[in-house]
Structures are given as structure tokens and as C-alpha cells.
Design a binder for this molecule. Structure first.
Ligand code: GLN
Length: 483
């Protein structure tokens, strides 16, 4: 048995019976990365020696003792580069641990490597990485999804046991969906963002990408909770998430809301078919479905791309060539230093967002765009409040299509933005969401994973785990194949 293929629970059991040691696990992961990562590009860097030293010192009595977890390149791990897959952060080394990293360490886990991403988490395909391309582990001609594409790829290719990502508009759930992993975006404020490089502060959340729903619950248990260093972090008690993992028994009486807006035109027929089959199976095991309506769904993309770019333009103002990373050579004066450092350091998508965000915040346009977007955001949140009066979870697809070919959307950033329509609402409304694989779509000789998404009310993570675990335990998702 190759330890790199195991889930967290399986690995912990293997440590428990002595059949595997943490050093075996790290070596097996390094071997998998050696074999596949030159092609896949999931990691931007991987320091095997540090990981092996941590493995030798692992305390197996801790909940995640000796479990290697890959880390997205926008999370601070003390002493390691933290570059957000951007040239502007060249040479920047994290001076401290993010709260999530401190929590992982306290639970005994081993932070492993830096995973590839869209530059500053802006994108849905990992094609915006300024460092190297990242490919889908199921079909290297295709994108892994994004922005946490590297985290999804290393989990899917057994180059990690699990990984952390960040989700501002879908960046954990969407790559998980495209790569056949489980991806969780917790409720806004459930997990501290201290030490996460900010993209859009009213939307960002950190979440795990895992091989099973159980592992997702195990990781959230460690990550969740108040943090005095993040004022947006909630002080709500952290429930026992594992108690909501009840297998198919948990489906008994579960009320699943189906918004018709999530099943409209433009949804790939295989994605529709696989999601509907999954819901039918859940019904046959005791779940009930109700039709719900989210009438403002159509406005989600526009609302998100106004709010996210506005916040990004402000957050990214700090990268000015003075304090972090890249500084232009021989500037003529201070303004020239700022201008050329930013010009040289940021890639085209990041520049597009900064320009758009600056525009929607500028005087004269603020009311027409930013303020109006905030009002629509409230309407979107109200839609969910009404829907959750009738159901425990809302179900639907993660993306309108399976993973596309690398380069297919290069000429049209708007087409990529539009494909985020099912994941953005959770961020706009602050809700938790989970993506679980529900089958495979065949295309041109490849089998491509398709994700099923569940959303719940704020702090409704136990409902998500109940639904997702029930589905996962109802059979083998890889046996559902549609062409
Ligand atoms: N695809 C979305 C964007 O480009 C979401 C990215 C994210 O969640 N970080 O903004």
C-alpha cells in the first residue's frame, strides 16, 4: 500500500497500527511529486528535507500528528516563500505563520510545499499563474480549475494527503469539482484569515481540499474558531463536525432545496445528468426535495466582479515596490518606482482587476456601481434566507461544464467570469458550501470529474457534512459516467 494514496483517516489508522510511519508517508508523497509534478505543476516549491525532519519529530498522539498538508501559495508559513504565484512577490519570505498554519502545527500536521494558483487568486483555471502552468491530474491537456488549482492537482495526483486553499468566489469548490476532490468553503468568519494574503476581504475564506468528506470535517475541526488577530472571525462555538457524518442514514429526512435558477439553459447535459442522478439516489435513500427560488442569481456575476475588484484594488495597493518583493531597477523618482514596479510585477489579469476596481470606486461612479452592487448583494442574501426556511441544504452543480482545455478561454476573460455563477453566491451571502465529486463526464477519450455542490445557512457546516457524506457513502461516484 502506498501511503500517498490514503485519506487522513486511513493514514492515521496506518500510523496507529504501526504499518506506516510519517517519514514513510512524506517519502511516498515526495516520490509521487517526483514522478508527476514536472508535468502537472501542482507545486511551486516543495522542501522535502524540512518535511522529512518534521515527520521524524511528529507527535502521533495529536489529532493530525504526522499528516502532510499542502499549502496554497497565498498563506504565510514562517520561513517559506509566499508569492501568490506572482512576480511582484519574488523573494518575499513569510515572517510568521498564518493562524491556520499555527493551528495545523498545533494539531501535529506537517505543512508541505507551496501550491500553484492563479496570481493573487484571481481566476478559475490556474492559467493566470505567473510562475508556471498547472494541469489537471485527470487530463493534463485541461485546466485543474482555480484559483486553488495547484492544491486540487496535488490532492488528485496523490502528491499530498490534503491541501488548504482559499475561496473568494469558488476557488476551493471549483478546482475540487474539476479534479475529483472534496472542497469546502466555510461560513464567512468561521476560519481566521490572519496570514492569508487578502484578495477581497468581505468574501475571502480559507478551506480544505481533501479526498473524503470525513477528512474535510476533520480539518475544519482544527481550522475553525475565533482569532483575536482577525476581527471578522466569528466567536461562535465550534461544534463536533464529525458527529454529522452519518453515512446514508443521515439522508433520512434531509430536505434538499433545488433552485430552478441552478438548472437553467447553458448547463452541460452531462453535468445536469450527473447532478440529477445524485439527487435521485439521495431521494431513494430518504432525502426529500423541494423547489426553491433564488431570483437574483443572474445578478451574481456582475455583483461579485464589482465588489471583488473594488476590494482587490484597495488590498493590492500595498504592493508598491517598497515593502515587499519586486522593485524596479533604477527608478527616476518615487512615482516612477511605484509605477514600474507594479507594471513589471503584476500580470494582465491582476492589472485588469485593479483598473476595474479603481474605476467602480471612483467618485462619480461609486454610487452607480459599488453602492448598487452592495444593495444587490443584500437581495441575494435575502433570497437564501427565504429558501432556507424550506430546506436544510441547497443542491446544484459546481460549474456549468467539466474542465476545459488549457488555452480555450484565453481570448475571453468574461466567459471565464460567467462560469463562476454557481459558486459566487455563497461568498456574496457569506454561506458555507461544499463540492463533492458526483460522477465522470467522458470527452475526447478523457474522463473528467463533475462536482455536486451543497450550500447551507451561515454556520450550517454540519448540514453540509451530513448531506455530502450521505451522498459519498451511497456508492462509488466514479461508477456514474455520462458521455
Ligand atoms: N474565479 C473567481 C475570480 O476569478 C474566484 C476566485 C477565487 O475564489 N479566489 O475572482
Amino acid at each position: 500500500m502506498d501511503p500517498s494514496t490514503l485519506t487522513i483517516s486511513q493514514l492515521r489508522a496506518a500510523y496507529g497500527d504501526g504499518s506506516v510511519t510519517p517519514a514513510d508517508a512524506v517519502r511516498s508523497i515526495l516520490a509521487a511529486a517526483d514522478a508527476r509534478d514536472a508535468e502537472l505543476g501542482g507545486y511551486l516549491s516543495l522542501d522535502g528535507e524540512t518535511a522529512l525532519a518534521a515527520a521524524e519529530a511528529a507527535d502521533l498522539s495529536l489529532p493530525l500528528g504526522g499528516v502532510p498538508i499542502a499549502i496554497k501559495d497565498n498563506l504565510h508559513v514562517k520561513g517559506q516563500p509566499c508569492g501568490c504565484a506572482s512576480k511582484i512577490l519574488t523573494g518575499y519570505v513569510a515572517p510568521y505563520d498564518a493562524t491556520v498554519i499555527a493551528r495545523l502545527r498545533a494539531a501535529g500536521a506537517i505543512p508541505l510545499g507551496r501550491t500553484n494558483m492563479d496570481e493573487f487568486a484571481m481566476g478559475s483555471s490556474c492559467e493566470n499563474s505567473a510562475i508556471r502552468p498547472c494541469r489537471n491530474a485527470w487530463d493534463p491537456e485541461r485546466v485543474p480549475g482555480g484559483s486553488s488549482g495547484g492544491s486540487a492537482t496535488v490532492v488528485a495526483a496523490d502528491e499530498a494527503i490534503a491541501a488548504l486553499g482559499s475561496d473568494t468566489g469558488g476557488s476551493v469548490r471549483q478546482p475540487a469539482g474539476h479534479s475529483g476532490c472534496v472542497g469546502l468553503k466555510p461560513t464567512y468568519g468561521r476560519v481566521s484569515r490572519f496570514g492569508l494574503v487578502a484578495f477581497a476581504s468581505s468574501l475571502d475564506q480559507i478551506g480544505p481540499l481533501t479526498k473524503s468528506v470525513e477528512d474535510s470535517a476533520t480539518l475544519l475541526q482544527v481550522l475553525a474558531g475565533a482569532d483575536e488577530r482577525d476581527s471578522t472571525c466569528l466567536d461562535a462555538p465550534v461544534p463536533d463536525y464529525r458527529a454529522s457524518l452519518r453515512g446514508t442514514a443521515g439522508l433520512q429526512g434531509l430536505r434538499i432545496g433545488l433552485p430552478k435558477e441552478f438548472f437553467g439553459d447553458g448547463l452541460d447535459s452531462r453535468v445536469r445528468g450527473l447532478v440529477e442522478q445524485a439527487i435521485d439516489r439521495m431521494k431513494s435513500l430518504g432525502a426529500e426535495t423541494v423547489e426553491v427560488s433564488l431570483p437574483h442569481t443572474d445578478y451574481g456575476v456582475a455583483t461579485y466582479y464589482i465588489i471583488a475588484t473594488a476590494e482587490a484594488s484597495s488590498n493590492l495597493a500595498r504592493f508598491d515596490g517598497i515593502r515587499y518583493g519586486h522593485r524596479t531597477a533604477q527608478p527616476v523618482d518615487l512615482l516612477d518606482l511605484y509605477r514600474r514596479s507594479r507594471e513589471e510585477g503584476f500580470g494582465p489579469e491582476v492589472k485588469r482587476r485593479i483598473i476595474l476596481g479603481t474605476y467602480v470606486l471612483s467618485s462619480g461612479y461609486y454610487d452607480a456601481y459599488y453602492l448598487r452592487a452592495q444593495k444587490v448583494r443584500t437581495l441575494i442574501r435575502n433570497d437564501f434566507d427565504k429558501a432556507f426556511a424550506h430546506c436544510d441544504v441547497i443542491a446544484g452543480p459546481v460549474t456549468p461544464t467539466p474542465a476545459f482545455r488549457i488555452g480555450d478561454n484565453d481570448a475571453d476573460p468574461l466567459a471565464l467570469y460567467l462560469a463562476d455563477l454557481f459558486t459566487l453566491p455563497a461568498n456574496l451571502a457569506g454561506l458555507p458550501g461544499i463540492s463533492v465529486p458526483c460522477g465522470l463526464a467522458t470527452e475526447g477519450g478523457s474522463k473528467l470529474p463533475v462536482g455536486l455542490q451543497f450550500l447551507a445557512k451561515p454556520l450550517g457546516e454540519p448540514d453540509l457534512f451530513r448531506a455530502a457524506h450521505g451522498w459519498e457513502q451511497s456508492g462509488h461516484w466514479q461508477e456514474s459516467v455520462l458521455g
